[in-house]
Ligand binder design. Sequence first.
Ligand code: ZN
Length: 198
Amino acid sequence: MDYYSNQISRLIEEFSCLPGIGAKSAARLAFHLIHMPEEDVRRLADTMVEARHNVRYCKECCTLTDQEVCPICKSSDRDHRTIMVVENTRDLAAYEKTGKYKGVYHVLHGAISPMVGIGPEDIRLKELIRRLEKDVDEVIIATNSSLEGETTAMYISKLIKPIGVKVSRIASGVPVGGDLEYIDEVTLLRALDGRVEL
Ligand code: ZN
């Protein structure tokens, strides 16, 4: 039986498609929204549509940005000869929050996972290799320490080594299976400082 009006049910359904939102949270969000002033709801909806429309991949590092080249790649204060490879933009944000890393990034948007059919061509690897045509001193691989992250790290190091660029892997202060975005800053920095050459 449909307890709610069709519109409310649809709203709940839409919310429950979002990551981390179960049926209960979806209902709570839907009812909250219905009680909000209409102009606030409109602003929220506009923000979502605009973000979806304007956000794109940085031409250099492939992170998500609303400009052609992201602020980090544009900055002359950064060391453009050191590239840290991360799985996603949230991991980049985790390292940025430490405020200590001065190099630039490369965002893969995923990790190699043969189990679910994600191969090297499905992540932004070609773009990384292309960047190595410029002067690069070191590529620091900071993929997660999950099976997929390790597989990706191995693959990248084999790919880059013949090019003659130094490749290193962040140390294992990062717990096995841990997502970088949930790790505290001290551990992230220790992992970066203790990186080992591959
Ligand atoms: Zn960038």
